[in-house]
Design a binder for this molecule. Structure first.
Ligand code: ADP
Length: 800
């Protein structure tokens, strides 16, 4: 017995258990009854340090060693598995194991399994365990198979590790694929980006990637492999280099819109380019900034298009703002959204306030009802609006306007109303004047006719009694017929002047005699006036004698008519140089300054005199035409209640002489009518107007002033009119519209205008400058010293 137990010595825990097992109660019987094969095999197993297991006999009784025991877990099959039947022990896996055992038994051959999964119930649960094992038949001496020896090793951990490794590998592969796809997508995104994209790498910021769009922005430059600083040396002065470096050094992104860069074009000429661009730091996988990524969009076309649009808009606004009409725009509901400069100027209110308040406030209370009714109809029906209405201007006066508004449609929908208000006050006034004229004319023509008729009736009644009486009536009738004839002649003259059909028969005649004769015959007309001629010369003149006598008659007639209380009327005639100067002075009602300048207009009659005095308002108009046609000019001095002096000048040779005396074309001009001198020391130009001025003298003198200002590059002017004797206001319109704007444009900075003592000339001066002029400092003065002091004062703009 003990000798048999010797087979089973050692073997650790399992050796112990096997030896102490109650084999006697087991079908295998006590150890000493065991066959030698079993004994030697169990002994070998127990001593082996490699996991081993044995199924013995037809019931597959089990033996295993310490190395195997660990695979059975802490709680589970161990230690019952010892001596247990295979089928009872491995109930959960027997269907897997048994066929393998049967194959060994049947083939009498061993078999080998690597990392085979065989679930084992252990540690309180069924675990998926992996095994590498060999089943080998245990052959007895008689050649029969006595059992199956299992040499095995649990590889669960290895398999699990392997599985984890495979999973990790798979994840890695997937990640790599993902990165590759993303890389591909990124590259495709950068390549096909509608803007230019580039990557600048390293401290030198070398181009390592540029897409086609980027390269096309700079077609003639080699980019890849070169530092941005070398590619664009010209941008160093344009701050770009510093900006790129800043992004690279700080990691702070940099975005600029519509940045202008001057780059040479294909011909090497500098051309303007506008870019939107963003630069951001490029960060390496180690988290360090290793370059700069730039996205660039050239927006030159868009910027230029917008600039052009803006220019067009500015031009459009300029046109609208300089229009003489009020222009306003309403939205579809009729709310004002825009007014031009004229509207603001007329109402004396800024655009913002007008847009807030609307324009109804300025419509005359008697017109507003009708205007609103029509306007609402237009808004409702989408039909054009037209109305004649009165609008109140900043000076509180109402002026007649024609208001028109038309709808502006887009896609069949009214978007806006574009409206204009055209000042028709003059036309209205003219209409009124025409009506007045017709009624005055009818009255004027009717009076002599009815008077004549009355005298004829009286003559008829006296026919058989008193021939003296008849004679008186006939004389009176003749006087009235003459008056009628004069009125009709005046009317005919005016229509001839307008049609340009007046024929002037110029012949030499004694001007002084003709004047003397007229004064003498006119002196008979009124008993309450004393008309005298003061003349110490005898002048011959080449002109239309009848027409010039008409001038004398009209002026003396007016002097009589407008001094109803009688008194002196002084007619003066003298020769000054090559001119005849005539004046007619009365001490009658006089004329206010405001009315002076329109006196020579057709049908113009001063309101307060028109009701009291006979007349059609044609006399002075005809006078003006006759004087102009003789190359002359005219002017008036007058004061209300003190009287008036009407003067005219006739050049003896048919044209007022404008003699050039001396000029260097640059610093001075001396002429018969003006002296212009550039004072280099005090840096101003002195313009000294001399004597009688007319359209020709004013336009000539002003043009010389402009060219000397440009030539001497001196932009301060002392415009001295103190020595002007008379002036013809027709040049003032030219001054305001043509000459002064040219002066302003040429750089005129300061302009001191000294008035002439002549009121008429003073009016011309005020009219000779436009109401709005920018950049010119202008002031009117009465005396030269004050004007010069102002012109040369310290705050004067620098000249030259
Ligand atoms: P008429 O005398 O027929 O009205 P004129 O053309 O001769 O027409 O004169 C135009 C206006 O000028 C007159 O209506 C008058 O108001 C004013 N006027 C003309 N001469 C004088 C004068 N000597 N004194 C005051 N007012 C005058």
């Amino acid at each position: 017995m003990s000798s048999k137990l010797n087979y089973l010595t050692g073997g650790g825990e399992m050796g112990e258990l096997t030896r102490n097992y109650d084999w006697a109660s087991h079908p295998l019987g006590a150890i000493n009854t065991w066959p030698p094969l079993l004994l030697s095999t169990v002994g070998t197993i127990l001593k082996s340090k490699f996991p081993m297991f044995l199924w013995w006999g037809s019931q597959f009784y089990q033996f295993y060693n310490d190395a195997y025991r660990t695979s059975l877990g802490i709680s589970g099959k161990h230690p019952h598995a010892l001596g247990q039947r295979g089928e009872d022990c491995w109930t959960e896996t027997w269907p897997v194991i048994k066929p393998l055992i049967d194959r060994v038994l049947y083939d009498n051959e061993g078999c080998w399994f690597e990392d085979q999964m065989i679930p084992v119930y252990r540690n309180g649960s069924l675990e998926n365990c992996y095994w590498t094992f060999s089943y080998s038949p245990l052959i007895d001496l008689d050649g029969s198979t006595a059992g199956v020896l299992v040499v095995c090793q649990e590889t669960t951990e290895k398999v699990q590790l392997l599985n984890q490794l495979q999973a990790a590998n798979l994840t890695l592969q997937r990640s790599q694929a993902l990165i590759e796809r993303q890389n591909h997508e990124l590259k495709s995104f950068l390549t096909h980006n509608p803007g230019g994209v580039c990557i600048l790498q390293g401290d030198d910021l070398v181009y390592t990637f540029v897409n086609d769009n980027y390269q096309q922005l700079f077609p003639d430059r080699q980019l890849l492999g070169r530092s941005v600083f070398k590619v664009f040396p010209e941008l160093e002065s344009q701050q770009l280099h510093n900006n790129i470096l800043h992004v690279y050094q700080t990691g702070k992104s940099f975005t600029v819109n519509e940045q202008l860069f001057i780059l040479p074009n294909a011909n090497g000429e500098p051309s303007e380019h506008y870019y939107n661009f963003t630069m951001q730091a490029k960060v390496s996988s180690q988290g360090k900034i290793d370059g700069v990524l730039a996205f660039v969009y050239e927006v030159t076309q868009a910027v230029l298009a917008r600039q052009r649009e803006k220019e067009l808009e500015n031009r459009f606004r300029f046109v609208i703002d300089t229009m003489p009409q009020q222009v306003w725009i309403c939205d579809a509901t009729g709310k004002v959204v825009y007014v031009n400069a004229k509207v603001c100027e007329n109402y004396g209110v800024d655009a913002h306030t007008l847009i807030e308040s609307g324009l109804n406030y300025f419509v005359h209370p008697d017109d507003i009802g009708g205007v609103l009714e029509k306007w609402n109809q237009s808004l409702a029906n989408g039909t054009a609006f037209t109305e004649v209405l009165r609008l109140r201007f900043a000076d509180g006066e109402y002026r007649w306007h024609l208001s028109v508004a038309v709808p502006y449609e887009e896609d069949g929908m009214i978007k806006q109303w574009i409206g204009t208000n055209t000042d028709i006050d003059k036309q209205k006034a003219n209409e009124r004047k025409k009506d007045e004229f017709l009624s005055i004319a009818s009255h004027e023509l009717k009076t002599p006719l009815t008077t004549t008729k009355a005298f004829i009736q009286l003559a008829k009644k006296s026919f058989e009694q008193d021939s003296d009486q008849i004679w008186k009536f006939l004389v009176k009738s003749e006087e009235q017929t003459d008056r009628l004839l004069r009125l009709i002649n005046d009317l005919l003259d005016v229509s001839k002047i307008n049609a340009g059909n007046v024929v002037y028969n110029k012949t030499p005649f004694s001007f002084t005699q003709s004047l003397k004769h007229t004064v003498e015959s006119m002196a008979q007309i009124s008993r309450i006036h004393h008309i005298t001629l003061q003349s110490n010369c005898d002048i011959d003149f080449n002109g239309d004698r009848d027409r010039l006598e008409q001038v004398f008659i009209n002026l003396i007639n007016n002097a009589i008519k407008y001094s109803p209380n009688g008194g002196e009327i002084i007619v003066r005639c003298e020769k000054e140089g090559q001119n005849i100067i005539v004046s007619v002075q009365d001490f009658g009602i006089g004329i206010a300054e405001d009315n002076l300048e329109r006196l020579f207009d057709r049908f113009y009659r001063i309101d307060n005199s028109s009701l009291k005095f006979q007349g059609l308002g044609l006399g002075l108009y005809i006078v003006a035409d006759i004087i102009k046609r003789h190359g002359g000019s005219f002017w008036i001095e007058s004061e209300p209640n003190k009287g008036s002096t009407f003067s005219f000048l006739l050049p003896l040779n048919g044209r007022q002489e404008l003699l050039d005396i001396d000029t260097d074309g640059r610093t001075y001009y001396h002429g018969s009518f003006v002296n212009i001198d550039f004072n280099a020391k005090e840096n101003y130009i002195h313009v000294d107007w001399l004597g009688y001025q007319n359209y020709d003298s004013v336009t000539k003198g002003c043009s010389i002033m402009l060219s000397l200002m440009k030539a001497s590059r001196c932009y301060r002017i002392l415009n001295d009119n103190t020595r002007v004797s008379g002036n013809w206001s027709e040049a003032s319109d030219w001054g305001a519209k043509v000459w002064f704007p040219q002066m302003a444009q040429a750089g005129l900075a300061k302009f001191a205008w000294i008035y002439s003592p002549s009121t008429f000339s003073r009016i011309s001066s005020n009219k000779s400058v436009p109401q709005n002029y920018e950049g010119v400092d202008l002031q009117f003065f009465d005396d030269v010293a004050a004007a010069k002091k102002w012109l040369l004062c310290a705050n004067a703009l620098p000249v030259n």
